[in-house]
Design a protein around this ligand. Structure first.
Ligand code: AMP
Length: 378
C-alpha cells in the first residue's frame, strides 16, 4: 500500500499524554490529527485538529470518526474489541485489532509469548478459588495474582506468600479471571521499545532501565547499566515479539532482569510507553515520530542515540504544597519540561515529566532528580 503523505489525517483512539505527544509529532510533520476521546479538552484533544467526544461502545460514532481519517492508531489498549473491528472496515488500523486483543488480556498475552518460545515467568490461569489453590500448589510461592484484564500501574494485583489466605485473596481481587504468576526476584526492570513499519523494517530503543515508586514509573535511564550481552538479548527478544505478533506500529516490551542476567518478559504495551518519553530528546527519531511513520506507512526512522538521557515523571504530588518552582527546575543544565495540559493535579496522576541529557548517564540522572527536587524546595 502507498504511504499516506503529509496533509493526510491520522486518527487516534484515546486522548491522554501519549496521544498528545503523538499529535505533536504528527502535526510537526504536516499531518492532521483527529482524536477520539471520552472527554473534552483532553491532553491529546488540546493538540489535535479535531477532538471527537463519544463513547467507545458507540459504533456509529466510531464509523463517523473513521470516515474522516486515512488511518487510525491507539494511545491505550484497553478499548472494547468493537473499536478495532468497526475501524478496520474503513481504514488501516495500526497496530491491528488482533495485536490489541492479545495485549488487553494478560493470559492471552503470556500464552502467546510462551507458545512463541519466548521467556515468561511460570504462570497459570485462575478462574475460581479451586483453580487458585491448584496454581499455588503447582507454581508455589511467592507469587503475584493479577486480574486478566484492565490492570495497570500495579492495580488489580496481589502478592501471595506462604502465609496468604487464598480465600481472602480471591475475594479481594473481585474478578472471574486472573493469572497466577511466579514472583520474580529481579535485579532490574528494563524495557525495549520497538517499531515495525508496514514493510517489516524495524528499529529498537534500549534497553531502558526503569525504577518504579508505588508501582508507578518514577525514573527511566538510557543507556541502562547492564552487560552488553544483556542489552543484545533484550533487543533480540523485542525483535522476536514484534515479528511473532506481526506488529505494525510501536510496541514496548517490559522485562525483568534476573541476578544472573537472564531476562523474562513481564508485559507488552502495543503503543509508545512512558519509559520511551526520553526518546524525544535522546534519539534521532522519537517513539512518537516512529508511531506516525508506521501509521502513515513511511519508512522507520533512525534509532541512533544522541546523548545519555534520564526521565523523571511528575505526579500530582509535585503541585503540593505550592505551585512547582519551574524557574528552579529549568535552571538545571540539560533539562527539558513536558506538561500534559491536565487541569487538576491529583496525587498519583501523571501530570508531566522532566528529561535531562548529559555526557554520561549518571550525570543525566543526577540532573533530572535535582530538577524535580527543585520544584518543591524544602
Ligand atoms: P504489571 O502491571 O504486570 O506491569 O506489574 C507492575 C509491577 O509489579 C511490575 O513493574 C513489577 O515491579 C511488579 N511485578 C509484576 N509482576 C511481577 C512478578 N511476576 N514478579 C515480581 N514482580 C512483579
Amino acid at each position: 500500500m502507498m504511504s499516506l503523505p503529509p496533509g493526510s489525517t491520522l486518527g487516534v483512539f484515546g486522548s491522554g499524554q501519549l496521544g498528545r505527544m503523538f499529535a505533536f509529532a504528527a502535526r510537526r510533520m504536516g499531518y492532521r490529527v483527529h482524536v477520539f476521546s471520552s472527554d473534552r479538552d483532553t491532553p491529546a484533544g488540546q493538540v489535535a485538529d479535531v477532538e471527537v467526544v463519544a463513547d467507545y461502545d458507540d459504533a456509529t460514532a466510531i464509523a463517523s470518526f473513521c470516515r474522516l481519517v486515512q488511518a487510525v492508531t491507539f494511545e491505550f489498549e484497553n478499548v472494547p474489541a468493537t473499536v478495532a473491528q468497526v475501524a478496520e472496515q474503513f481504514v488501516p488500523v495500526r497496530p491491528s485489532g488482533s495485536v490489541l486483543h492479545l495485549c488487553q488480556h494478560r493470559l492471552r498475552e503470556k500464552t502467546a509469548l510462551r507458545e512463541a518460545g519466548l521467556p515468561v515467568p511460570a504462570f497459570a490461569a485462575v478462574r475460581s478459588l479451586a483453580e487458585l489453590r491448584v496454581a499455588a500448589e503447582s507454581i508455589g510461592c511467592p507469587a503475584v495474582l493479577k486480574t486478566a484484564t484492565s490492570g495497570y500501574d500495579g492495580k488489580g494485583q496481589i502478592k501471595i506468600t506462604g502465609d496468604s489466605d487464598l480465600n481472602a485473596v480471591w475475594n479481594e481481587l473481585r474478578t472471574d479471571e486472573a493469572i497466577y504468576e511466579a514472583f520474580v526476584s529481579f535485579e532490574k526492570e528494563l524495557s525495549v521499545i520497538g517499531v515495525r513499519g508496514v514493510d517489516g523494517s524495524m528499529a529498537f530503543y534500549g534497553p531502558i532501565e526503569n525504577e518504579h515508586r508505588d508501582h508507578i514509573l518514577d525514573i527511566s535511564r538510557c543507556p541502562a547499566h547492564v552487560p552488553e550481552s544483556v542489552s543484545r538479548n533484550a533487543v533480540e527478544l523485542a525483535r522476536a515479539v514484534l515479528e511473532a505478533l506481526d506488529v505494525v506500529g510501536v510496541l514496548c516490551v517490559e522485562l525483568f532482569m534476573k541476578p544472573d542476567g537472564g531476562l523474562l518478559i513481564n508485559e507488552l504495551a502495543p503503543r509508545p510507553h512512558n519509559s520511551g518519553h526520553l526518546t524525544i530528546e535522546a534519539f534521532a527519531t522519537s517513539q512518537f515520530e516512529q508511531q506516525v511513520r508506521a501509521v502513515a506507512g513511511l519508512p522507520v526512522g533512525s534509532a541512533e542515540q544522541l546523548r545519555p538521557t534520564a526521565m523523571a515523571n511528575l505526579l500530582g504530588e509535585a503541585w503540593f504544597p505550592h505551585e512547582p518552582r519551574w524557574d528552579r527546575a529549568l535552571d538545571v543544565p540539560g533539562v527539558a519540561l513536558h506538561l500534559y495540559g491536565k487541569a487538576e493535579a491529583k496525587p498519583g496522576r501523571k501530570m508531566g515529566h522532566l528529561t535531562a541529557t548529559a555526557d554520561d548517564i549518571d550525570e543525566a540522572v543526577r540532573r533530572v532528580v535535582a530538577a524535580r527536587d527543585a520544584l518543591q524546595p524544602q
